[in-house]
Design a binder for this molecule. Structure first.
Ligand code: ATP
Ligand code: MG
Ligand code: FE
Length: 338
């Protein structure tokens, strides 16, 4: 079974081919970061244009790397949402054209299901499991009883973790995307500034990061008014300590409550060194629990994860027709019922 995955939900144009759901035979990602950097964020219209230019190059490169022809493909899996509508449409239309021209089944995939299934490329999933999803647009704890069954047990009420990273980075004058820059600075500084942690109500697995972001902005502002120079390294270290404290503590509470066999880390913020280290020290030696953390290249947006999630849908007999449309607000929980 060979699945071609296509991902264009944001600013990465990606194509990948996965064998039997778990083995990467080709993985190509064209990033647009350089084009968006000077605007300090992703410009949707520019993203769509780049996707259109890059798509053919990227999937042809993937086919070449895999040394396959279209007749060898079992299905084409493409991100149908959530994401930028114009960006999603470029990938969906390319996937439809290929599926129609070569008579290959088409499968629409949820982008966050993809982030979660990146883990299956590292380790077979063991149910029940819990996934900590931390990305540019999402922060949630997802409980899974079996393949394709997603229960969101907690999510952010405001900003996503990645969004908070990018906004704090911007305040510190760091380039877009700010996550990796804050991560690097944090390791050079001290978490000496007292910043809030949003625990929310007792037993809640929801998150909130906008208060933390405002606290960082206010702290910088107040210090400046008093003529005090705060070291950006200490600001980064203090911010990162607060984010990691809340993520790891809530994840630990959920692991205990749901008695899961495996804990997965997913999404772009999963590339964060501080978070990876904190999760490893908390969970790697727990008896009866497998901790799985994908390598950095499978944490940020890629198409291998889309093909991996598509592979399970393919086995379940799920197919999309040529009316498949972009769904920018697609929900993970409703998606499982298709
Ligand atoms: P979503 O997956 O929710 O639709 P997205 O696809 O835009 O959003 P991803 O590509 O999964 O998001 O992740 C991008 C985010 O990851 C950005 O906010 C970026 O700053 C953050 N990020 C990447 N590397 C790191 C890091 N080392 N530390 C913290 N954040 C990071
Ligand atoms: Mg991106
Ligand atoms: Fe993503």
């Amino acid at each position: 079974q060979y699945i071609l995955g296509i991902e264009t939900s944001c600013d990465e144009t990606a194509a990948s081919i996965i064998k039997n759901g778990r083995e990467i035979v080709a993985n190509v990602v064209a990033s647009q970061i350089e084009s968006h950097k000077r605007f300090g964020g992703v410009v949707p219209e520019i993203a769509s244009r780049h996707h259109v230019e890059q798509l053919t190059i990227v999937f042809e490169e993937a086919m070449k790397q895999a040394d396959l022809t279209f007749a060898d493909l079992s299905a084409i899996a493409v991100t149908e949402g959530p994401g930028l509508v114009g960006a999603l449409l470029t990938g969906i239309n390319a996937a439809k054209a290929l599926a129609f021209a070569h008579g290959i089944p088409l499968i629409g995939v949820h982008h966050i299901a993809g982030h979660i299934y990146a883990n299956r490329l590292i380790h077979e999933l063991e149910f029940p499991l819990l996934a900590l999803v931390v990305s540019g647009g999402h922060t949630e704890l997802v409980y899974m009883r079996e393949h394709g069954d997603f229960e969101v047990i907690g999510e952010t009420l405001d900003d996503a973790a990645g969004e908070a990273y990018d906004k704090v980075a911007r305040t510190l004058g760091l380039p877009y995307p700010g996550g990796p820059h804050i991560d690097k600075l944090a390791h050079e500084g001290q978490a000496s500034i007292d910043l809030p942690r949003a625990w929310l109500s007792e037993g809640s697995f929801d998150f909130s990061f906008s208060g933390l972001k405002s606290a960082v902005i206010n702290t910088l502002h107040n210090a400046k008014q008093k003529g005090i120079e705060l070291d950006p390294k200490d600001v980064a270290a203090s911010f990162q300590a607060s984010v990691i404290d809340v993520l790891v503590t809530k994840t630990a509470q959920a692991v205990d409550k749901y008695h899961v066999k495996q804990l997965l880390l997913a999404g772009g913020v999963a590339a964060n060194k501080g978070l990876r280290t904190a999760l490893e020290s908390e969970f790697s030696s727990r008896e009866g629990l497998t901790l799985t953390i994908p390598p950095l290249s499978l944490c940020t947006d890629n198409a291998a994860m889309i093909a991996a999630a598509g592979s399970i849908l393919y086995e379940k007999g799920v197919r999309s027709d040529l009316a498949l449309n972009a769904n920018p607000g697609l929900e993970l929980t409703s998606y499982q019922q298709k």
